[in-house]
Design a protein around this ligand. Sequence first.
Ligand SMILES: Nc1ncnc2c1ncn2[C@@H]1O[C@H](COP(=O)(O)OP(=O)(O)OP(=O)(O)O)[C@@H](O)[C@H]1O
Length: 338
Amino acid sequence: MSNLSPWTFLHTQLHRTLRSRRILPASQRLLVAVSGGQDSLCLIQLLLDLQPKWHWQIAMVNCDHRWRSDSQANADYIEQLANYWQIPFYRETAAIIPATEAAAREWRYQVLTEIAQSHNYAYIVTGHTKSDRAETLLYNLIRGSGSDGLQALTWQRPLDSRSTNSITLVRPLLDITREQTGNFCQEKALKIWVDSTNDDLHYARNRIRHEVLPYLQTHFNPQVESHLAQTAELLRSEVNYLEEVTETLFQQVVFWENDSQNPLKINRLVLRQTHEAIKRRVSRKVLEKVMQKSANFEQIEKLTALIDAPNRTQTDPFPGGAIAIVDGEWIVFNFFSE
Ligand SMILES: Nc1ncnc2c1ncn2[C@@H]1O[C@H](COP(=O)(O)OP(=O)(O)OP(=O)(O)O)[C@@H](O)[C@H]1O
């Protein structure tokens, strides 16, 4: 293992991805999230090797959820690597062990964002791969997620957009498979910290990784991982386009002063001329405003049905107490306390 490692195909691939996608501009301060697994170790080594070309200032961060008895030793190991590479290292240990995977993730992103904010890093970089993308797409498909969930893991997304110093989460390895990161670490003699929970089949994600995808590869298509990741990529641009159209229409048809004298109203005559997919998206956006949380399939269908319904048709109360009523060319929301 050395500070800079010899150039490989993965270096070229990442360099090209960064040039064409412009997701990690030159000379920026990068906070690289390192778990000690093969993906994030491959990521940090590649970024360090590319650093002389891009002039970034690179730091590493590890979040210890305290889920495993060796988690502290894991964090110590990553700290040793950071010392060896002579780059800044941040570590945070959970005060209370998070009860679920979702709670662990939420805590982790909160910690990452806080560290990035207080130390002035504009980019948080993670080692999500093409394989993670394929698994996430399958997982979300099974859970009944619409196309928004199937675009699964985007190249970048804003974290904490409320803050003035906005921080972007970047996933530069989405073109690279787990097999490639594993081979890379082996070639570079990078010692991987094996996460024993990755093999625990109680977690749905692990079952998809260890059983469903290998089954699909063997019996349906050896390229299934790449095909699923490509589908996610295509859906990403389609979803972006649909969202742009929805946003423009939303501004034209939805009127809301956010006070009790002027209830939210939607011009259904304009909406009638648009495609079913956009009607649903506008309805979903309206309901998210009205209910202050995500809308489910039935709620979106109920509101969308009012676009063509007879005058005075109304819905049952939505969570939060609002009822939507057809009033001529308008759909009007009346708020009643539950
Ligand atoms: N404990 C950790 N400390 C720092 N970074 C981490 C940690 N766990 C995961 N990461 C970062 O997140 C990436 C994805 O890891 P993993 O697939 O285990 O997380 P996940 O919870 O499934 O992902 P998501 O962030 O999409 O919820 C890693 O490559 C690494 O960059």
